[in-house]
Design a protein around this ligand. Structure first.
Ligand SMILES: [Zn+2]
Ligand SMILES: [Zn+2]
Ligand SMILES: [Zn+2]
Length: 332
């Protein structure tokens, strides 16, 4: 596996020599009792207890490998490197059938804690410029293992969209000496038309220019660039868990699948980072979750991802999400 940089867009592309084979055997490798299929435990709650509620393990078919160096090299004008990084699975619950949205607030908060712990740990590795958490729910979203899980990836580069956000947030701050997402959150709260749900200090809203129908963002109205530093109390973890669970239940009642991604501050201690580049990061960047529902395509053929085409205005999407129930069959 190799990473190649598109010299025009500057984005890194993962090239794989044919897809890795799926592990043999019928049993789910993430279910309790199958720990020997992924024996290395990176995090568990409760720690050292065979009856774990949340467990983090290395991915069984990792896109990124943890060992060695990136071995950056050129080939004429092109750049490439080894696909070095970390690729982990957060097993969100022992129950194979219980997706995140149907878990108790307390368990969702424990999943958030696992994210925090892994982000903090991986940021100590100076080879990694960026660490993120993502979640694919449903076959349409490319969920590869049935068992409820999220993924954590650490990479030696900053993903392109996050790079755009970082530059844009920095420019806005230079101009106005204010954080862009703080301004957006304040305006959304006062206008209300795109707000889905509010549980102080956390806000869920449909963004002004959504890429897909029902795109929803979740953030704290109180400013912080780093998710893992901001969510430092059980109370805040539980509040966010409550809002996140509720928003996911709303989305699942209108869309069969979704992608969720956490955008938090990059690893400022990474090697090769130019000194001074992150001078205003703590003030200009603001962590958030982006949730992109996947709805079977009705889109126009010319969309081709060159320009996003979305037939549902966010004001109407938010109104519908406020109406649908968030109270479905949560099991304790
Ligand atoms: Zn399972
Ligand atoms: Zn902010
Ligand atoms: Zn973002």
């Amino acid at each position: 596996m190799e990473l190649r940089k598109d010299p025009i867009t500057q984005s890194w592309v993962i090239l794989e020599d044919g897809e890795a084979p799926k592990p043999a055997g019928a049993a789910c490798p993430l279910c309790p009792g199958q720990e020997s299929q992924c024996p290395q435990t990176l995090y568990a709650h409760p720690q050292g207890n065979p009856n774990w509620l949340v467990r983090v393990v290395p991915h069984l078919r990792p896109i990124y490998r943890i060992e060695g160096d990136a071995q950056r090299r050129g080939e004429g004008i092109y750049d490439k490197m080894r696909s070095i990084g970390a690729h982990e699975i957060v097993v969100e619950h022992p129950d194979h059938q219980r997706s995140l949205s149907r878990q108790s607030d307390e368990n969702i908060a424990q999943v958030l804690r696992a994210f925090i712990s892994r982000l903090q740990d991986l940021k100590k590795d100076r080879r990694f410029r960026y660490i993120t958490v993502s979640r694919n729910q449903g076959i349409l979203a490319g969920q590869d293992l049935e068992h409820p899980h999220s993924e954590i990836t650490a990479t030696p580069f900053i993903p392109r969209r996050v790079g755009y956000e970082l530059r844009s947030a920095m420019r806005y701050f230079e101009l106005k000496e204010r954080c862009l997402l703080c301004d957006i959150a304040r305006q959304e709260l006062s206008q209300q038309t795109r707000v889905v749900e509010w549980n102080e200090p956390f806000l869920a809203f449909c963004p002004f220019a959504p890429r897909v129908p029902f795109e929803t963002w979740v953030l704290s109205v109180t400013h912080h660039s780093s998710f893992e530093e901001d969510l430092n109390s059980w109370d805040s973890q539980l509040r966010l868990a409550r809002l996140l669970g509720s928003v996911l239940r709303r989305l699942e009642s209108v869309a069969p699948a979704y992608h969720l991604v956490l955008h938090t501050s990059p690893n400022v201690a990474a090697k090769f980072e130019r000194s001074g580049i992150w001078q205003t990061l703590a003030e200009d960047y603001h962590w958030h979750f982006e949730i992109l529902p996947v709805i079977p395509s009705k889109s126009k053929s010319y969309s081709l991802k060159e320009v996003y085409y979305n037939s549902l205005p966010p004001e109407a999407a938010a109104e519908e999400l406020r109406k649908v129930s968030a109270q479905t069959e949560v099991q304790r």
